[in-house]
Design a protein around this ligand. Structure first.
Ligand SMILES: *[C@@H]1O[C@H](CO)[C@@H](O)[C@H](O)[C@H]1NC(C)=O
Length: 321
């Protein structure tokens, strides 16, 4: 009896000690990090000087990083993944991007690879479109998951239109705003071509992410297949990049448009996003607005927010400044 008591008392002490040790470790880690925060930045610059300077990409606007930070994804179990009743496949996967050959090539590559990996027609229905999803949950847009391709803005604009670069840029920024808002609830994977697809190591990770996003168990063979078949996508992305020299507005003007879009919308957080109808007198921009706006008549699509129907019919115009 005494022995048992002594033992349990000892265990109690050890437990207590363990707890104190744990607390001490946690505190020292936290303090250490805190001290590091205070002292490390003063040392850092000399470290950075030793690294090769990265050349400033002329494919990006000077304020593009601020825009890139607004591009949301929704990954993980908390994201909403509902398949509408009556769907002939287990999942309806949206493939979203403003119209371009680069987007066509990228999605064709992705779908072919996913089919190789076992995404049969019974499992997945692919819906490639430039139409922004309407506001609201899965019951409104009708997608189980969304994959979005984001090209660098200048390439995106150059690849999808001729002329009117400033207005097109505003349309593309506003379109991304809409798609990011949907990532507040619906499972979404946003692929940024410049950082996720050009470098071979990043591309392999992205391929893995793209495949597992639609429930495919990723085998090394399949990743190799992805590499082997990627050349047409790379060519299309490079062609989009090359075409930015033909844009009809100066970088300064375009950077200005982006700044004003971001500052007028709290970095695209404001709801709803600005209208895609930027110039009712320009036939090409009207056509672009129609292609990028939600289409409430599509299968499994419900527009319960009045703004979506207004956008579909171009009832509201918000010209750029
Ligand atoms: C909207 O969707 C309907 C039904 O799929 C289609 O007939 C119509 O052409 C689409 N409109 C636009 C502007 O894409």
């Amino acid at each position: 009896m005494e022995l048992v008591y002594a033992r349990s008392a000892k265990q109690g002490i050890l437990k207590h000690r363990d707890k104190r040790l744990l607390i001490a470790v946690v505190v020292s880690i936290v303090t250490g990090a805190g001290l590091g925060e205070i002292f490390w930045p003063r040392v850092k610059p000399s470290f950075e000087e030793a690294v090769e300077p990265v050349p400033e990409s002329n494919h990006k606007l000077p304020n593009e990083a601020a825009f890139e930070q607004t591009l949301r994804s929704c990954l993980g179990a908390a994201c909403y993944t509902a398949t509408p009743k009556g769907s002939k496949a287990e999942a309806r996967i949206a493939l979203l991007a403003p119209p371009s050959q680069a987007a066509d090539a990228f999605f064709a590559w992705y779908v072919a690879l996913a089919k190789r990996g076992g995404a049969t027609a019974r499992k997945v229905e692919w819906i490639q479109t430039a139409h922004a999803p309407p506001y609201g949950y899965g019951k409104n847009h009708g997608y189980t998951r969304i994959v979005r391709l984001a090209l660098p803005l200048l390439s995106s604009v150059a690849a999808s239109s001729q002329g009117n670069a400033a207005e097109s840029l505003a349309q593309h920024v506003r379109w991304h705003c809409r798609v990011s808002h949907v990532a507040a609830h619906t499972a979404q994977l946003t692929v940024r071509s410049a950082s996720d697809l050009l470098d071979v190591v990043e591309r392999r990770l992205t391929t893995e992410r793209l495949l597992s996003f639609v429930g495919i168990k990723v085998a090394p063979d399949l990743l190799d297949e992805g590499e082997r078949t990627f050349a047409p996508v790379l060519r299309a992305l490079q062609a989009a990049d090359a075409s930015i020299d033909a844009l009809d507005a100066s970088r300064w003007r375009l950077a200005d448009v982006l700044s004003s879009e971001l500052s007028a919308t709290q970095n695209l957080r404001a709801w709803p996003c600005r209208s895609l109808w930027v110039d009712m007198d320009d036939a090409a921009l009207v056509e672009a607005a129609r292609a990028l706006s939600p289409n409430c008549s599509r299968p499994f699509t419900t527009c319960s927010v009045a703004r979506d129907r207004e956008e579909m019919f171009g009832k509201r115009s918000e010209p750029i400044k």
